[in-house]
Write a protein that binds this ligand. Structure first.
Ligand SMILES: N[C@@H](CCC(=O)N[C@@H](CS)C(=O)NCC(=O)O)C(=O)O
Length: 199
């Protein structure tokens, strides 16, 4: 059975849990207690030397990094629907995987870390500015479409969704972004949708 190592308050882990649920795949959840530093233990570092969750183990295959795991699951269990492979479509999806690891992480994800987990090394003014930038861009992008790319949800939506929806945890209101709010509501209606645990 697939094993997922993670923490329930991590949006990066939630991307993977959400996608496993959308794909209706069974898996074993193995909690890595970040508060106790379990992600820096020798056992966990032997799975991911970066010392980060999520990590997915499927038989002999170990995949680290939320975006890499989404790609792996999509191609093994979801097929073209979630991750098409022609050059143009693939580049459109990768653009959003990159955006979530870049602008979304520097913006709403960092603001959430600052306020929820007291990560005071984060420059909150910079994170808030970055959040406003990417949320404005996303809202505009979603103004004339239902999903980030194509006429259906893909791993682009699954990857970008958690930290955007969690923006209020970082004291960033979503009221100014009506198209993002509608997109969030659409994702919440997908068969298999699961909410994230609240602190
Ligand atoms: N690029 C990685 C980042 C993962 C990440 O930042 N995980 C956090 C939890 S959300 C973590 O494990 N932090 C502990 C640490 O970096 O020491 C991914 O997308 O999976």
């Amino acid at each position: 059975m697939i094993k997922l190592y993670g923490h329930e308050l991590s949006g990066n882990c939630h991307k993977v849990r959400l996608f496993l649920s959308l794909l209706n795949l069974e898996y074993e959840w193995i909690k890595v207690d970040l508060m106790k530093g379990e992600h820096k233990s020798p056992e966990f570092l032997s799975l991911n030397s970066f010392g980060q969750v999520p990590v997915l183990v499927d038989g002999d295959t170990t995949v680290v990094d939320a975006q890499a795991i989404l790609v792996y699951l999509a191609r093994c269990y979801g097929g073209d629907q979630w991750l098409p492979l022609d050059a143009v479509s693939l580049s459109q999806i990768v653009r959003w995987l990159s955006t979530t690891a870049g602008e979304v992480r520097q913006g709403p994800e960092s603001a959430r870390l600052y306020y929820l987990f007291n990560a005071t090394s984060i420059n909150i003014d910079r994170a808030s500015q970055k959040a406003e930038f990417i949320l404005t861009q996303l809202d505009q992008h979603l103004s004339d479409r239902q999903w980030l790319e194509f006429e259906r949800p893909t791993i682009a939506d699954v990857a970008v969704f958690p930290y955007v929806a969690l923006s209020p945890d970082g004291k960033i209101a979503l009221d100014p972004y009506p198209h993002i709010q509608q997109w969030i509501a659409r994702i919440e209606q997908l068969p298999g949708y699961i909410p994230m645990v609240k602190l």
